[in-house]
Design a protein around this ligand. Structure first.
Ligand SMILES: [Cu+2]
Length: 159
């Protein structure tokens, strides 16, 4: 009895850790909390967000993302340009300088899932693969958060 109890406690502690951390590693890169917003029925685009921390001594670059639930995924940047929010695809990806942490978030860098094949529902975990120039590919899961999570009104107006 004692043994099974402690095993259960360990299992609980482990699953809690995984749920809270929800991070991935690719070489010296730490990928934190990939998440996405729930999409309305019939929506063709969705956004993906995460953090990338480079603990190494050389820069790396996120060059592409592929996900089975969308036709393609692009790396976008949103910025204010002459008072207007604009969004543009970054053909060469996003550099992560040595020792730096790059944040993909609503209103800034983001991953755009195009030609969605299914609705993204809150609570889902959506598989995807990130590819870095040097660190190679790493499989992650995007946790789907509420449709209005972390604001940024009109983020996807350009689409
Ligand atoms: Cu976009």
């Amino acid at each position: 009895m004692k043994l099974s109890h402690s095993l259960a406690a360990v299992a609980l502690a482990l699953s809690a850790t995984v749920a809270f951390a929800h991070g991935y590693q690719a070489g010296p890169l730490k990928i934190g909390h990939p998440w996405s917003r729930a999409t309305p029925a019939g929506a063709k685009v969705g956004g993906g967000y995460l953090t990338i921390e480079n603990t190494g001594s050389a820069p790396d670059r996120l060059v592409s993302i592929s996900v089975p639930f969308a036709g393609r995924a692009e790396i976008h940047e949103m910025a204010m340009k002459e008072g207007v929010m604009t969004m543009r695809p970054l053909e060469n990806g996003v550099e992560v300088p040595a020792g730096a942490k790059v944040e993909f978030k609503p209103g800034g860098y983001h991953i755009m899932f195009m030609e969605l094949k299914q609705q993204l529902n809150q609570g889902d975990s959506m598989k995807g693969t990130l590819t870095f120039e040097k660190a190679g590919s790493v499989d992650v899961e995007f946790k789907v958060d509420a449709i209005a999570a972390k604001g940024a009104e009109g983020e996807h107006k350009g689409h």
